[in-house]
Design a protein around this ligand. Structure first.
Ligand code: C5P
Length: 218
């Protein structure tokens, strides 16, 4: 077991940002990639904490410790609770970038033709962890880009102080949100980009975990 007793933190799924008691702003993340990662890490012997946004996914590995959250703010709190003890963190969740400035107490009634909801920026969890990272901790982020993919991913790797970034391109068919397959490019701090074939998210998780094992051993 290459990751025996290594503590790893994984985030998965979307976040939901409440507008009022019945409505939210969300996204199409299924959680499949993050759950596949958590399963593979646990299979390699890691002590996995999985912070999951609203998702129908279930873990295969019984050893995984799962915490369910709803909003970006809750996901941040949960990550901060586990970050210090984690040797590696893989932030796979599709966290909302904006959240309603106020949550209405009551259901918002139908109004005139237009309705404006003021949004404020959420805290970037990955960037927050990157700023707190200690020597030896490995931080992995994801990037979904539609243009200048590799350059944007490299910028993100640097800006967020990551050790590895997993680039998914929306230009590749069979990659992305709800599909069972993904096509990724892994970029590490040496800025070496490795392009992988389209494969199942389980197989992609194996590739990412192999790279994480390599980074931990370094
Ligand atoms: O900057 P962008 O949102 O494209 O970066 C994507 C990466 O950042 C993903 O790894 C995602 O989990 C993470 N992220 C985060 N907190 C946010 C937004 C993104 O951890 N508020």
């Amino acid at each position: 077991s290459p990751l025996a007793d290594v503590r790893v933190l994984v985030t998965a799924g979307p976040t939901y940002e409440a507008i009022d008691p019945v409505r939210f702003i969300g996204n199409h993340s299924s959680g499949k990639m993050g759950f596949a990662l958590a399963d593979e890490l646990a299979a390699l012997g890691a002590d996995v904490t999985l912070i999951a946004g609203p998702t129908a996914q279930l873990s295969k590995q019984k050893s995984i410790k799962r915490t369910d959250v709803v909003s970006a703010a809750q996901m941040l709190d949960a990550c901060l609770q586990h970050f210090d003890k984690a040797r590696a963190c893989i932030m796979c969740a599709a966290v909302a970038d904006y959240t309603p400035a106020v949550v209405a107490d009551q259901k918002i009634k139908k109004q005139d033709d237009e309705l404006t909801i003021a949004l404020i920026k959420t805290t970037d969890i990955l960037k927050t962890l990157g700023a707190q990272k200690r020597t030896g901790q490995i931080l992995v982020g994801f990037a979904l880009e539609t243009e200048n993919e590799v350059q944007y991913a490299i910028d993100k790797l640097k800006r967020k102080n990551l050790d590895l970034i997993v680039l998914n391109s929306l230009n590749d068919s069979g990659a992305g949100f709800k599909s069972d397959t993904n096509k990724v490019t892994l970029i590490d701090r040496t800025l070496k980009a490795t392009v992988y074939d389209l494969k199942s998210k389980t197989e992609v998780a194996k590739d990412i975990c192999a790279k994480v094992v390599e980074l931990i051993k370094k």
